[in-house]
Ligand binder design. Structure first.
Ligand code: ISJ
Length: 376
């Protein structure tokens, strides 16, 4: 990491062990009064008023331990977070030392999954790959998170100490900058902003604009997107009234990617349904899993193995029901000894997906977190 920390600024002692930065409002917390390895217990504690606030991360697999806590110290901010000068002054320098699996093996998995879709029984599946990184100097997770927030056009960023999940997760820190809102509740208003259908951006403005237009016109990407919107509509219908779902997705972007996104809005039918209840009801969407969900899960488990926290959800919910949950993508887990990290990226596959395009898409998605780790 660390070339020349800011000479006047010592490391803040109040560095949070959970943070979520969003342009609509942010949260930082420290400490843990109680941990919830089972998200259902956290949801129950919130609903019964035994707990005022829950923050943290839930995994992709339903039986994965969660890193959820009732925090001790809480600081809420209206807008996005402004990273402290100390963390901004640190430059992380990690390098990719291993592909998990190799790009060629991922391409073969993608081709296998597309063949499976064409054979029937599965409409969409999201396959991911990972890369392992090493750094010469210890990685400061807050410096990586500061870089993620600073390079996100909407100052999106998160950091979660995974220790509450126990076992191999102890001491590991999840950092990322997710553009995808799984679900948000404020008062009785519920919002989702699912993303699916992607294209890498380009430094060349005309190439970049053309890529965005092509994505908007792509039938393959519209189909990939529709599975996610349909799944959210079905999962939210029993929990919300006045659901408003635009007929067509619109184009949205990060620094690295174009995405198709749909802004879904509704009102909670029962005020006791918290943002965490809503997150657990819609997760995993076909933006990270597939359609039908169970078959997609089986294919992912067979080809990738267990994902853990990648493609889960990161966020918070309070006893009043409000909360924000982001899909855990564009992220990395930093090792407990801070010597390295592992980063993930995936993409949705449908019958007419192309393996080479899919490999390129994961490379482009990985750039968000690899840039913050100083690896590109
Ligand atoms: C799975 C990821 O991204 C998800 C998959 C997308 C797609 O397939 O087009 C787009 C945005 C995300 O919902 C990831 O970034 O790892």
């Amino acid at each position: 990491m660390a070339s020349g920390p800011h000479p006047d600024a010592a490391r803040p002692v109040t560095a949070p062990d959970f943070l979520l930065s969003r342009h609509t409002g942010s949260l930082r917390t420290q400490g843990s009064l109680r941990a919830f390895p089972d998200p259902a217990d956290a949801a129950l504690a919130l609903r019964s008023g035994r707990c005022g606030l829950v923050v943290g991360a839930i995994g992709f697999e339903p039986d994965a331990p969660a890193a959820l806590v009732e925090p001790d110290i809480v600081v809420r901010t209206d807008g996005p977070l402004e990273p402290p000068a100390y963390f901004r002054s640190l430059r992380t320098r990690a390098r990719v030392v291993e592909e998990l699996p190799s790009t060629e093996a991922h391409r073969r998995r993608v081709a296998t999954a597309i063949a499976g879709i064409r054979a029937g029984g599965l409409d969409k599946v999201v396959l991911a790959r990972a890369v392992r990184l090493l750094a010469d100097d210890p990685i400061d997770p807050h410096a990586v998170c500061a870089a993620l927030i600073d390079s996100s056009p909407s100052a999106d960023g998160f950091l979660v100490d995974l220790s509450p999940a126990g076992g191999v997760h102890s001491g590991r820190i999840l950092v990322g900058s997710s553009p995808e809102l799984l679900v948000r509740r404020r008062g009785d208003v519920v919002e989702c902003h699912p993303l699916a259908g992607s294209a890498p951006r380009s430094r060349d403005t005309s190439v970049d604009q053309a890529a965005g237009r092509a994505l908007q016109a792509s039938g393959k990407d519209a189909a990939e997107h529709a599975f996610v919107v349909d799944s959210l509509a079905t999962a939210l219908a029993p929990l919300c009234r006045d659901l408003q779902i635009p007929e067509r997705p619109s184009l949205t972007s990060t620094r690295e990617m174009w995405h198709l996104g749909t802004r879904i809005r509704g009102r909670v039918a029962d005020p006791r349904t918290t943002a965490l209840d809503l997150a657990l009801a819609v997760h995993p969407t076909p933006a990270v899993c597939g359609t039908p969900t169970d078959e997609a899960r089986r294919v992912i488990a067979g080809l990738e193995g267990r994902r853990g926290f990648y493609s889960g959800a990161v966020g918070w919910a309070d006893a009043g029901g409000d909360g924000d949950w982001m899909v855990t993508i564009r992220c990395a887990e930093i090792d407990a000894d801070r010597s390295g990290a592992i980063a993930w990226a995936g993409g949705g596959l449908v019958a007419d997906s192309d393996p080479d395009d899919e490999v390129a898409e994961t490379a482009a998605k990985l750039r968000t977190v690899l840039t913050a780790l100083g690896a590109v």
